[in-house]
Write a protein that binds this ligand. Structure first.
Ligand SMILES: [Zn+2]
Length: 672
């Protein structure tokens, strides 16, 4: 028994964004950003109950509409007048770890080659056709799957090709992704492809919060009873969606309204025209939702607030959100002279006087509940506090700002791993270049054709082949072995002690680590940060997907004091031991940023301790790189000898850049 959609409180933007997509799938889906524990998933899952039911051709696994079956349907062609059945709209969840085959479906290559049958097993895209496809933690999904997903969503078609055999089928669905920005951002080019975004946060108004808790308690105590008390509102919402869908084709976007759409998009400096299209579609959907056939300024305002925030972001470290003043100004500038400004409150000129207000998209029961505009504003002001760096504990020296990041060369873990897809180290993977063939352990997913032909060739005579065409049996089939790249865990161990010297050098060191963090972001790595200074080492950031969080910690990192290098290395060893249990396939890369010096209480053999800690790390087989921060005319070379104990390559700060290798070669030539 799921939570009724009509009973969701304090998530007004999210509910409205979902409803606009339910009215007009052309709006292009919703990306929901927000911290944990804000009932994002509950709200999304509740939506399907108010979506209109779907008529499907009986027995079709691809959800064909009996009135207009997909001509390319792999289960077709369907005869006119074939049996039909009605089912509720579906919510299909795509797990973050799903394979490509699971998403798009799979061709049975064995049957295709041995029996000549084009057998296709539908994937989640087929299951989601005419329903909702929901991806929790969409920011953790591999780029390649996100691409496939967004392509299908944009085209309304799923396309599968394997070894020259292809299948296509209709896949029109409402795409909803949720993500916690603290766990890492979605790349900007993917952000842009979601129609709308919503920032959710727990409501700030105590009355709204109390109502959330009250309804949650009521639902937990008696789910069926709670659902029953909301049944009438659910039915009314469903009817309103259906009515708005019918009305949508008659909604007119006047030249004046279109001008407001384009003026707003121009004011927010968005790239391309996708923003204008989405804003226009969302405004039309909002008009239909309000029972109007004409798009008003209010529709444009609502649409812009949902369609634009994620399109104007340029840097992964920028804060999201939309400046309301700029929005007001843009709308005002293009307002036709004879138009009065819109009323302050929600409009109530919809066709159904008993209907809900257009702003919140909820049922008539809302009159008198705390679910009002204060809750609405509370949820729209976002939750950016999390990205502010923590003040450090009484720094000996104020934090130094990092120098500008540069593109760095790829540091990789040697050998071949089998970790999650990424862009750092070599790994066996589902995608990539073919490096060999093998007998398949299970079903063949990637056929190695030459190896298969070679395996089948010697048996043709014995199998009684007389004419053209190879006789292939299951035993001949060979699976291709592919090599791609994996993401790693990049654990930084950064010396923040006084030995790092002048502010300018600390700025360069921070700049180098920031560059490596940006690189990790693009290579789909998890990152962690251990720092050491004064008396001890600190896990400044436990392994996370959020490069933003790491950058914030780094920028605010205070420096000064003694140099407990051994403590830093031992802390890193402990972090890696825990992560090896938690995520065993992800191979770690330790990046030690140090000048190699170690100091502490008088009389201790601090350098010896550091060497022993390094030897311990080397003994666990951890791959490491030492970034040598030593500078000045007299060099001790301590970092390099630490690198030797770690079995690590040692690079100077100026050797980290992507172009520095060429520079080194040039310099060497000049000397010769
Ligand atoms: Zn069909």
């Amino acid at each position: 028994m799921s939570f009724p959609f009509a009973a969701v409180v304090g998530m007004d933007d999210l509910r409205l964004a979902l409803l606009l997509n339910a009215v007009s799938p052309a709006v292009g889906g919703v990306l929901v950003r927000g911290e944990k524990g804000t009932a994002k998933s509950t709200t999304v899952r509740a939506l399907t109950a108010v979506l209109p039911t779907v008529d499907v051709v009986a027995g079709c696994r691809f959800g064909c509409d009996p009135a207009a079956p997909d001509p390319a349907c792999p289960d077709g062609p369907h005869e006119p007048g074939a049996g039909a059945q009605t089912r509720p709209a579906r919510l299909v969840e795509l797990p973050v770890g799903a394979s490509e085959d699971r998403l798009v479906g799979s061709l049975d290559l064995e049957r295709a080659l041995t029996e000549g049958v084009k057998a296709f097993e539908p994937g989640l895209l087929a299951a989601a056709h005419r329903g909702v496809l929901y991806v929790d933690e969409v920011n953790l999904l591999h780029d390649h799957l996100v691409d496939l997903l967004l392509d299908a969503a944009a085209m309304g078609t799923a396309y599968v090709e394997r070894e020259g055999i292809s299948v296509r089928h209709a896949a029109r669905f409402l795409l909803v992704g949720t993500m916690n920005p603290e766990e890492g951002e979605l790349r900007p080019q993917l952000l842009d492809r979601f129609g709308l975004t919503v920032e959710v946060a727990a409501p700030r108004d105590p009355d709204v919060r109390a109502e959330v808790v009250r309804r949650r308690f009521a639902s937990d105590a008696d789910p069926a009873g709670f659902a029953a008390t909301w049944a009438a509102e659910e039915t009314a919402l469903a009817a309103r969606i259906a009515a708005a869908r019918e009305l949508l084709p008659r909604v007119v976007l006047s030249d004046a309204a279109l001008r407001q759409v384009t003026a707003v998009c121009a004011a927010f400096d968005v790239d391309g025209l996708r923003a204008d299209l989405v804003t226009a579609r969302a405004a039309m959907a909002h008009a239909a939702w309000c029972g109007r056939e004409e798009v008003t300024e209010d529709d444009v305002r609502v649409a812009a607030r949902l369609a634009l925030p994620h399109r104007r972001r340029r840097n992964p470290f920028d804060a999201p959100g939309l400046d309301e003043e700029t929005l007001d100004q843009a709308l005002e500038d293009t307002r036709p002279d004879d138009d009065p400004p819109p009323p302050d409150g929600p409009e109530d000129d919809g066709p159904d006087p008993a209907g809900p207000s257009p702003e919140d998209g909820s049922g008539p029961q809302d009159a008198g509940t705390p679910e009002d505009r204060s809750g609405h504003l509370g949820s729209s002001t976002g939750s950016q506090d999390a990205e502010t760096p923590r003040p450090g504990p009484a720094p000996e020296r104020a934090a130094v700002a990092p120098s500008d990041p540069v593109r760095v060369r790829r540091l990789e873990v040697p050998g071949i791993g089998a970790g999650a897809p990424g862009r750092r180290s070599r790994a066996r993977s589902e995608r990539g270049r073919v490096v060999g063939s093998t007998r398949p352990a299970g079903p063949v997913t990637r056929l190695h054709l030459p190896a298969t032909v070679l395996a089948a060739a010697p048996h043709q005579h014995a199998r009684g082949r007389t004419g053209p065409g190879l006789r292939v049996v299951r035993d001949d089939l060979r699976q291709a072995v592919l090599e791609g790249r994996e993401g790693n865990l990049v654990l930084f161990v950064v010396d923040a002690s006084g030995s790092m010297g002048a502010r300018s050098r600390m700025a360069a060191v921070k700049g180098a680590v920031l560059s490596l963090l940006l690189d990790a972001y693009q290579r789909r790595d998890k990152v962690g940060l251990v720092t050491f200074r004064g008396g001890d080492a600190e896990l400044a950031l436990p392994p996370t997907w959020s490069v933003e969080a790491a950058a914030a910690r780094l920028t605010g990192l205070p420096t000064g004091g003694r140099t407990p290098l051994a403590a830093g290395l031992l802390r890193a060893a402990e972090v890696l031991r825990v992560e090896r249990v938690r995520d065993p396939r992800r191979r770690p890369l330790l990046v030690v940023v140090t000048d190699g010096r170690a100091t502490g209480a008088r009389g201790g053999d601090h350098l010896g301790e550091a060497r022993r800690a390094a030897a311990l790390l080397a003994g666990t087989g951890t791959s490491a790189v030492v970034v040598d921060c030593e500078s000045g005319p007299v060099r001790l070379g301590l970092a390099a000898s630490l690198g030797t104990v770690l079995g690590a390559e040692t690079l100077r700060l100026d050797e980290l850049g992507a172009d520095s290798l060429a520079g080194t070669v040039r310099a060497a030539r000049q000397v010769a």
